[in-house]
Write a protein that binds this ligand. Structure first.
Ligand SMILES: Nc1ncnc2c1ncn2[C@@H]1O[C@H](COP(=O)(O)OP(=O)(O)OP(=O)(O)O)[C@@H](O)[C@H]1O
Ligand SMILES: [Mg+2]
Length: 342
């Protein structure tokens, strides 16, 4: 039995049949619960974030197609969105799922995420009572929402193993803690975002094979970059937005790990410094670049070439990934213009 109250926080109205559990003077918490095999589960709330994804239709279509079912016995795929941090993976997953009319649940994965955190956790509810709380993932499984397992490769194999049946034809999870089996709603969809850094695990083959297809999120074009910056910082003067977009584009051209997220932060920070000093934000761009991207960013701004430290780090990543194309040619710096690129 599913009892879903509207997901509102209100301080008035008729509460008679709305499943209210606790009320406070300023707010009323509406409870979402469901009973499965005699166990009452408290459901998580979906995320509502004003996110818009700007990018190629091709990337969007890859995600939409993965989630489609095209015949009675067809099952959706569980795509893996890959790309460096800040390139827009979570934004893409959230925005596409929302545009398909789904409730979206973003579940942050960490190295401490345990199998029970992924499914059902027990909470002491006073007087020796335990209440069971469904995770955002379990809530999406039950209600037919979409779950974004964010930064999935930070999670250990043990936790992934508990999801193996969910990610194939079986489409169920078992909660050891609550002693129940939860079958996925037919509308349930999931995707996983992953980025490559030192704090991630290499996923075992049997999990990788269930997280297909891989959808690679690339750097945006100049036009897209300007649109991303303008959407996120709509109050920035156009020429300042374009300056930051051009700086990022130059960095993308040599595959430096500077992303739109960095651009949004640079833009915001330069504008704030300008507002504080009552001066034009243009005068604070190099300070903002250094503050957001560190010395690597400052050096790239000054010379138009990546710092030695960054080159070393990028070569190391490249040598660990045989599929990765060369980040930049060995003799590239000889071709670079001297002096400031902007
Ligand atoms: N294509 C895009 N469209 C709209 N906004 C974007 C896009 N790419 C980046 N952004 C902006 O940059 C921020 C970072 O994006 P997002 O969190 O989706 O990146 P990510 O790839 O998931 O990063 P991480 O791997 O660190 O989680 C977003 O909050 C958004 O403001
Ligand atoms: Mg993310």
């Amino acid at each position: 039995m599913l009892s879903r109250a509207p997901s509102v926080l209100t301080n008035d109205g008729d509460l008679a049949d709305s499943g209210v559990l606790v009320s406070f003077p300023q707010a009323v918490f509406m409870a979402n619960t469901i009973e499965i095999e005699g166990i009452v589960l408290h459901l998580a709330h979906p995320d509502t974030i004003p996110m818009k994804w700007i990018g190629s239709d091709q990337t969007r279509d890859q995600l939409v197609a993965s989630w489609m079912t095209i015949a009675d016995h067809d099952v959706p795929l569980n795509p893996r969105l890959i790309g460096i941090g800040g390139v827009g993976k979570t934004t893409l997953a959230y925005a596409v799922a929302k545009s398909l009319g789904r409730d979206v649940y973003i579940m942050q994965c960490t190295m401490d995420t345990r199998p029970e955190d992924l499914i059902v956790t027990p909470v002491i509810a006073g007087a020796g009572r335990i209440s069971y709380h469904a995770s955002p993932l379990a809530t999406a499984i039950i209600t037919g929402g979409t779950c974004v397992l964010d930064e999935g490769n930070r999670m250990s194999e043990k936790s992934w193993a508990s999801l193996a049946p969910l990610l194939d034809q079986r489409r169920y999870v078992e909660s050891i803690i609550a002693g129940i089996k939860i079958n996925a709603h037919r509308d349930f969809r999931v995707c996983v975002t992953m980025n490559d850094d030192a704090s991630t695990y290499e996923l075992p083959e049997y999990i990788q094979s269930r997280l297909q297809p891989q959808i690679e999120i690339d750097f945006p074009s100049r036009e897209e970059e300007i649109a991303i910056l303008s959407f996120n910082v709509p109050f920035a003067p156009e020429q300042v937005t374009k300056y930051v977009a051009d700086f990022l584009q130059k960095a993308h051209a040599v595959n430096l790990p500077f992303t739109s997220r960095d651009g949004v932060n640079i833009l915001r920070y330069a504008l704030k410094l300008g507002a504080l000093k009552k001066a034009a934000p243009e005068g604070f761009l190099s300070e903002a670049i250094e503050a957001i991207l560190g010395k690597d960013g400052a050096e790239f701004l000054d010379t138009g070439t990546p710092s030695d430290r960054l080159r070393g780090a990028m070569r190391e990543t490249q040598s660990q990934d045989p599929d990765n194309e060369s980040y930049f040619d060995e003799d590239e710096d000889e071709d670079e213009d001297e002096g400031k690129p902007f």
